[in-house]
Design a protein around this ligand. Structure first.
Ligand SMILES: Nc1ncnc2c1ncn2[C@@H]1O[C@H](COP(=O)(O)OP(=O)(O)O)[C@@H](O)[C@H]1O
Ligand SMILES: [Mg+2]
Length: 269
């Protein structure tokens, strides 16, 4: 790093993030020491919000890439494009982050094609370089560059998991759905609904999460609870908001749905 970090610098205007534990100091220490970070956890539990918060706090630009099964190394690194009859090299988001000393966030990294992990290896050891075969360039990461990746260990099949040779290059932070004492203020703050009215939604969310593995593949995310609360704050009847934001997104199976609606009745009467 060039000069001492001032972790509090951007904290005031950083997007709201309520920490669950020591993830802020761990991420800060990783950044100060040029270590890459892997965030593990279910969808909608705050991983992306945490990264945007930390980028602002550490005063670093952020390049986010939503990985999908067609994403290749060239999408990250860059490619030659035809522009006005001329071929010009255009940096991809990873290359831009490496040059700028930015944070590059690869969301759902296991979804990407296999050649992507190969590119990450020389960036995640102490060489911190990005070789670009197409141009013959070898770029050394600028100070402040940090690689952050996320994945959801819950619903991956065996073919889509991180190889030990890749995962053992990252500091790893485990994310779970926030405890009620955290989730209630988070949902209230995000939706504008009072904590009193958010409480039963969070209670319901945790009952739904208990069904994970039995009837449901994934428990209801904090994101969905925020959606339900937002609709209620806007005036939608509670039952309807819960149905469209917290029940329908979870399952297409009519029997399972009936079971979930019974839980709603148990919580709301
Ligand atoms: N600890 C938290 N602090 C603030 N907001 C949170 C927190 N956890 C979850 N959220 C809310 O949940 C939403 C979904 O989180 P997100 O970061 O997009 O999930 P993920 O990236 O894990 O899928 C956010 O937009 C935010 O409203
Ligand atoms: Mg995300």
């Amino acid at each position: 790093m060039d000069g001492p970090l001032q972790p509090e610098k951007g904290a005031a205007d950083a997007p709201f993030y309520l920490p669950q534990g020591d993830e802020i100091p761990v991420f800060t220490a990783a950044h100060e020491n040029d270590l890459p970070v892997l965030l593990k956890g279910p969808t909608g539990c705050g991983k992306t919000r945490f990264v945007t918060h930390m980028a602002a706090r550490l005063d670093r630009p952020l390049h986010t890439v939503a990985c999908h099964d067609d994403l290749s190394a060239a999408d990250l690194i860059g490619r030659y494009l035809l522009k006005g009859g001329e071929t010009v090299w255009v940096d991809g988001p990873l290359t831009r982050a490496v040059r700028e000393g930015a944070i590059c966030y690869l969301d759902e990294v296991v979804e990407a094609r296999k050649d992507v992990t190969v590119v990450l290896h020389p960036l995640t050891d102490d060489r911190r370089i990005l070789p670009i075969d197409r141009t013959g360039e070898e770029i050394e990461a600028a100070p402040g560059f940090m690689l952050v990746a996320s994945y959801n260990p819950g619903y991956q099949n065996i073919l889509k998991t991180l190889k030990p040779s890749t995962r053992q290059r990252f500091i790893s932070l485990e994310f779970t759905f926030p405890k009620p004492e955290h989730e209630i203020p988070v949902v209230a703050r995000e939706s504008g609904l009072s904590e009193e009215r958010v409480k039963p939604l969070v209670r319901l969310a945790n009952k739904l999460r208990d069904l994970k593995g039995q009837d449901l593949e994934e428990g209801v995310s904090t994101r969905l609870v925020v959606y339900a609360a937002t609709l209620i704050r806007q005036g939608m009847p509670v039952e309807r908001a819960i149905r469209v934001a917290m029940i329908e997104p979870l399952t297409d199976d009519a029997d399972v749905k009936r079971g979930l609606l019974d839980l709603v009745t148990a919580v709301f009467g």
